[in-house]
Design a protein. Structure first.
Length: 565
């Protein structure tokens, strides 16, 4: 884990140059010099657009969230196989004000907030710069396009601020609210606001500026700009934030009005004209290559250059170039429902098709060979760095990528997608109105969850009507569906926290399976479940991150540490 440094730098992605540079101090007591070279910047129209990408730069994709891999290892989704790893600090409740592998995100996302305000300050001169050196008549089309593009970027800056705050309160609860660049605010130390105050600030940012956003980059004439915040991503952010705000961790008295507000936000997103949201026909292939960028299921994704990091990290060690760094757990695998009749000696047959799209298990065909983890076989679990649980990751990974020849493939991290929106809606609607009352909205909670289950390549039976007629019964169904549909997408840990289930779930051991070969022809194995790792979650302390010791000291008493640290 890298130590957080005191000097903050805002990096401009498009030009890889430094436009905004701070003093050598902590962010919340630093004044920002927004225009270090006004003589050159103020005369450059292109800087209006290159500098706009500065507030996108801190966005983090989830493929390398911890230990250069998925965040799944901090939850019950996966176990790290390496001799040492940072997820262990989460797994054993060792997070402190001095050690937090995810702690650098606090500084990074405040940098993003500052960059957004800086762009808003700088772009106040946009009208003059856009007209500079142009003929108002001959260049009318180009002028209008530039004016519109800057207006979009300005609205996007506010959504970026909302996004960064949403990620901060998910981790820390209440945090300091900065309302403008510190150079202009006159504020030196800023006390933290309450969680609910930050929620209202986020919602106001979205509501006040959503009308200035591009509705849908996929269908616009500026399709090359896909990857920027849109109306869809702003509404998806609002819906997610309000869902979290209504959840038990943040709504201890279970105020129904908060669930109603979350349901209304989801419905607003689902019914907004022009977003064209729908589930991708296929589940597994949706997460591969360019599909995540072109599919109508995707609302917002972080683009990545072609690479092989994910495959190199997660291919089985017996696959040339594979490191097998993390293993899905049997805790997760056992949660996949049977779609048909169980088969003796094959616990993976006739299961929810999303299992095959997500996890490589013993007997799977992967990288053009059958995975055999029994003793003495090519994937023997006793080999160094072999899977500790009997499983390997499949979701997001491209089959048969040649790592020896350094083959690469495109990977894009999906931040918001329609599948999640339907499940957010199902949860909020159930808590607000029950599973079968649509309140005049687009769908009932049951219809939304069954739409996810009825994806053409999944087609799982509808959620059982008898078992889920109550809010409590349906709540269990929603939690189950989120666990399966959203596996490895960075939701599980935060879901367990906001439901206040982490104190139970994350204190349970990680379970794996040992395969023993019964016959070679045909291949038949027997399976034994074993505990492979212990876990510890200190409730209620670990429901929030601690602020770093440096932030507490530099705040000079205005930033109060979260309880228990």
């Amino acid at each position: 884990m890298k130590n957080m440094k005191n000097n903050l730098i805002v990096t401009i992605a498009a030009s890889i140059s430094l436009l905004f540079v701070s003093c050598d101090k902590d962010f919340l007591d630093t004044k920002l010099n927004t225009l270090p070279t006004p003589e050159t910047i103020a005369t450059d129209r292109n800087t209006l657009f290159t500098s706009a990408w500065s507030f996108y730069t801190p966005l983090r994709e989830g493929f390398t969230a911890i230990d250069n891999n998925l965040f799944a290892t901090v939850s019950d989704e996966a176990q790290n196989n390496l001799p040492s790893y940072n997820a262990l600090y989460f797994n054993q409740s060792l997070i402190s004000d001095a050690i937090n592998p995810d702690g650098s995100i606090y500084r990074a996302y405040y940098e993003g907030i500052r960059a957004a305000y800086s762009y808003l300050d700088y772009s106040q001169n946009a009208g003059r710069l856009i007209l500079q050196g142009r003929d108002p008549v001959a260049d009318a089309v180009a002028i209008a396009q530039d004016q519109q593009n800057v207006a979009w970027f300005q609205a996007e800056a506010h959504i970026a601020i909302a996004f960064y705050y949403a990620e901060l309160i998910k981790r820390y609860g209440g945090v300091p609210i900065v309302t403008q660049t510190l150079d202009n605010s006159g504020k030196i130390q800023i006390p933290k606001s309450s969680y609910n105050e930050v929620v209202e600030f986020i919602v106001k940012q979205i509501d006040d500026y959503k009308s200035g956003l591009q509705v849908n980059w996929k269908t616009s004439a500026f399709v090359a700009s896909d990857g920027r915040f849109s109306l869809g991503s702003a509404l998806a952010l609002k819906a997610r934030v309000l869902l979290y705000a209504a959840s038990p961790l943040n709504n201890p008295t279970n105020e129904v009005a908060k669930w109603q507000r979350a349901a209304a936000a989801c419905n607003d997103l689902m019914t907004t004209t022009g977003l064209n949201l729908s589930l991708n026909t296929s589940y597994g292939p949706y997460f591969l290559g360019s599909t995540t960028l072109t599919s109508n299921e995707t609302i917002f994704a972080i683009r990545k250059p072609a690479n092989n990091t994910l495959e190199r990290q997660n291919y089985p060690i017996a696959t040339p170039g594979g490191q097998g760094s993390i293993s899905p757990t049997d805790n997760l695998v056992s949660a996949y429902e049977y779609k048909g009749t169980p088969v003796a000696n094959n616990p993976y047959a006739n299961r929810d098709p999303r299992l095959d799209a997500t996890i490589v298990y013993n007997g799977s065909t992967w990288n053009s060979r059958v995975i055999d983890q029994s003793a003495g076989s090519i994937d023997d679990m006793n080999k160094p760095n072999a899977s500790k649980t009997g499983y390997y990751l499949k979701k997001f990974l491209n089959d048969n990528l040649n790592l020896v020849q350094n083959g690469t493939a495109q990977h894009n991290w999906v931040v918001f997608r329609y599948g999640e929106v339907l499940l957010n809606y199902a949860e909020a609607m159930n808590e607000a109105y029950g599973p079968d009352n649509n309140n005049g909205y687009a769908k009932t909670a049951r219809q939304a969850i069954n739409e996810v289950r009825n994806r053409p390549t999944v087609v799982m039976p509808p959620v059982n009507l008898i078992a889920t007629t109550s809010k409590t019964g349906f709540q269990i169904a929603v939690k189950q569906e989120r666990r399966i549909e959203l596996a490895f997408e960075g939701h599980r840990y935060w879901d367990l926290l906001r439901w206040k289930d982490a104190g139970t779930v994350l204190n349970q051991p990680i379970v794996g399976v040992i395969a023993t070969k019964v016959t070679t022809t045909p291949r038949v194995w027997s399976y034994e479940k074993v505990n492979v790792a212990t876990r510890k979650f200190n409730a209620p302390t670990n429901y929030l991150y601690p602020f770093t010791r440096t932030e507490i000291v530099n705040s000079q008493g205005t930033l109060i540490q979260n309880p228990g640290y």
